[in-house]
Each structure stands twice: as structure tokens, then as C-alpha cells.
Design a protein around this ligand. Structure first.
Ligand code: ISE
Length: 340
């Protein structure tokens, strides 16, 4: 009784997940893939069908893949703008779905997804905030929750990519990159974000005209705590994600890098990955395995549609703040009313 999985969208992340289902995930089998770029889907299906027992087919239309009788569950890794329609299809067909961030492009459509799932009466949607499964983040959460350091007061975050594709404009930096810190702040504090300010320091001259990169944001949480984050997606050097939590009786930092440090040739240091797939490989592996295991039980085991909606609401306010640099209040529906 293997879970028969279909992957929608086989760009960088979807191809990585498809590979993960084939090679590393127990209790799951990759049955089909689909992509707006048909040749890309064909190529991946061919590559992953190489094994003797493994045959992966291409379905032209993502909605047909979602509806297919031999697909039990879906990994959604299409671009964010395609998610809403595909999520509604998953809900219509009762198919569990691991949806890459962002859940949808705006708070209004994200809330409609939450409501549609709620009407169904069971949780089908898990959102791909994979950092929650990263062993370092998980250990940080455990430490903070233990109370050993007292109450957590602040988070300082750094989030840098070596570079990004040309489609990555200022709003996308908020919606696709900063959204991870939005989720991490909500998760570590166990509180909603009520206000966001996005500052735009001088942009790097290496960045396309009009793109604001780096960005410096401050989140205010419902309990009065705050988090800051520098997001810099054209850092040139490598991929780097750090988080320091400041509590009443101490602080804790993750993401300082590990591995081999050398001293040679008048230099000292270690290597930096270029790619988030390297830094968060374990997180992705654990995320997908736990999603498969939970799906077999008819459950989810990770960030919910509500978490995706709340993040979308914060990002929408963040995108508004991006243009003015002024604080913007987050408009969030009443959770009790929506899910009550
Ligand atoms: C990318 O889309 C991701 O989701 C990565 O986790 C994030 O760190 C990166 O900034 C985004 O480009």
C-alpha cells in the first residue's frame, strides 16, 4: 500500500521533490509529473523512469493529474500564481497535498482555500515551510519552549541567497523568501504577527533596475515580541540562513555553519553552499517522509493551510510597506470564527 504521488511543477523544487520521492522516501511511489513546460516534464519522467520497477508518466494538464484515479496525493511545486486553482482542485477531489510556499498570492485567496478545506471537515493541505523540520530550527524551538532561557523577546534573522532568477522582483523577495521568516517567527513565538515594516536600504548595484534588495523588515507579534530580518537574495557569496533568539536569560543562534573548517594559505574558514537545497536537504527529506507517513493515516504533520494563510496576510502587508517604508497592520481573519 504505497502512497501514489503526483508532482505538479518540476522546476528546481519540484524536480528535487520528485527525485526525493523516488530515491529517499519510504512508503511512496512517484506515479506522474506535470509542468507547463512539457519537455521539462518529459525529460524528468524519462530520467526517473530509468529503474526497472519505476515508471513515471507525464500528464499534460495539472488538473488532470490531480483528478487521476491512480494518484493518492499531490506535491504542488508550481509557481505561486498557479496554486489557488490547483489547491481547489485537490480539495474537490479530496487529495492530500504538500503545497510549496507561498500558499497563494494574496490573503483573500488564501483565506478562501482555508475555508474550502474547513468545509470538507478534514485537513488535506500541508504547506512547505520546511525549516520547521530542519534539525537546527527544531532544536532551537525545543530549547525556547523548555523555558530554560526564560521568555523569548527577540529574533534576529539573516536570509541570503547567492543569486536568484531574473523573475525575482521586490514583491517576490517578500512573498517567496521573507515568507520563511514570517513562518519561523509565528512558529517560534506561537503568536500571530500583527504589524510589519519593510525598510529598503540602498540596493546592490548588481541588482536589476528597480529591484529592492536587500530588504530589512521588522515584525511585531501579538504578545509584544519582535523579530527582524535581513533578506538579501543577490548576496553573490552563497546561501546563508541564520537565526538568533534573544531570551531573558540568554540567547541561542543557529545557522552558523558546520562541517570542516580549515586553516591554510593564510586563510581560515569553511565552505558555504550556493543553494538552499543543500542547506535544507535534511529538512526537505524529513518533511516529505513525515508528510507521506501522516497522509497514510489521513492526517497532516506540519504547517497547515491556516499557517499558509497567516503568512500570506503578513506578506501582503509587507508588500504594502515595501513601497512606503511605513508600518502596516496585518489584516487577519478571526481564527476561531473561520475554523470554529
Ligand atoms: C526560495 O524560493 C526558497 O524557498 C528558499 O528556501 C529561500 O531561502 C530562497 O530565498 C527562495 O529563493
Amino acid at each position: 500500500t504505497e502512497l501514489r504521488v503526483g508532482v505538479v511543477g518540476v522546476g528546481v523544487m519540484g524536480a528535487d521533490h520528485a527525485d526525493r520521492v523516488v530515491r529517499k522516501t519510504a512508503g511512496a511511489r512517484l506515479v506522474a509529473v506535470s509542468d507547463a513546460d512539457q519537455p521539462r516534464a518529459e525529460e524528468l519522467a524519462k530520467r526517473l523512469s530509468a529503474g526497472p520497477t519505476q515508471s513515471v508518466r507525464v500528464v499534460e494538464d495539472s488538473l488532470d493529474l490531480i483528478a487521476a484515479d491512480d494518484i493518492d496525493a499531490v506535491i504542488l511545486a508550481s509557481p505561486g500564481f498557479a496554486h489557488a486553482e490547483q489547491l481547489f482542485a485537490c480539495i474537490d477531489h479530496g487529495k492530500p497535498v504538500l503545497c510549496e510556499k507561498p500558499l497563494t498570492m494574496d490573503a483573500e485567496s488564501a483565506l478562501r482555500v482555508v475555508e474550502a478545506e474547513h468545509k470538507l471537515g478534514r485537513q488535506l493541505i500541508q504547506v512547505g515551510f520546511m525549516r520547521r523540520f530542519d534539525p537546527e530550527y527544531a532544536a532551537l524551538k525545543e530549547l525556547l519552549d523548555s523555558g530554560e532561557l526564560g521568555r523569548t523577546l527577540l529574533l534576529h534573522n539573516v536570509h541570503r541567497n547567492k543569486s536568484v532568477p531574473p523573475t525575482f522582483r521586490s514583491e517576490m523577495i517578500v512573498r517567496d523568501s521573507m515568507v520563511h521568516e514570517v513562518d519561523i517567527a509565528r512558529w517560534l513565538f506561537g503568536e500571530e504577527i500583527t504589524r510589519i515594516t519593510v525598510h529598503t536600504p540602498t540596493s546592490s548595484s548588481l541588482v536589476r533596475d528597480g529591484v529592492r534588495d536587500p530588504q530589512l523588515a521588522v515584525f511585531e507579534l501579538a504578545n509584544g515580541a519582535m523579530a527582524d530580518v535581513e533578506v538579501f537574495v543577490n548576496f553573490q557569496v552563497g546561501y546563508e540562513v541564520r537565526c538568533e533568539a534573544v531570551a531573558e536569560r540568554g540567547s541561542a543562534t543557529i545557522g552558523l555553519g558546520s562541517g570542516v573548517f580549515t586553516r591554510a594559505g593564510g586563510q581560515w574558514g569553511g565552505a558555504m553552499p550556493a543553494d538552499f537545497r543543500v542547506r535544507f536537504e535534511q529538512a526537505y527529506d524529513i518533511e516529505v517522509q513525515r508528510w507521506v507517513d501522516a497522509t497514510a493515516r489521513g492526517e497532516i504533520d506540519g504547517p497547515s493551510a491556516w499557517d499558509g494563510y497567516a503568512a500570506a496576510a503578513v506578506c501582503e502587508a509587507g508588500i504594502e510597506s515595501l513601497t512606503t517604508g511605513r508600518p502596516v497592520d496585518v489584516a487577519l481573519a478571526d481564527r476561531g470564527k473561520v475554523l470554529g
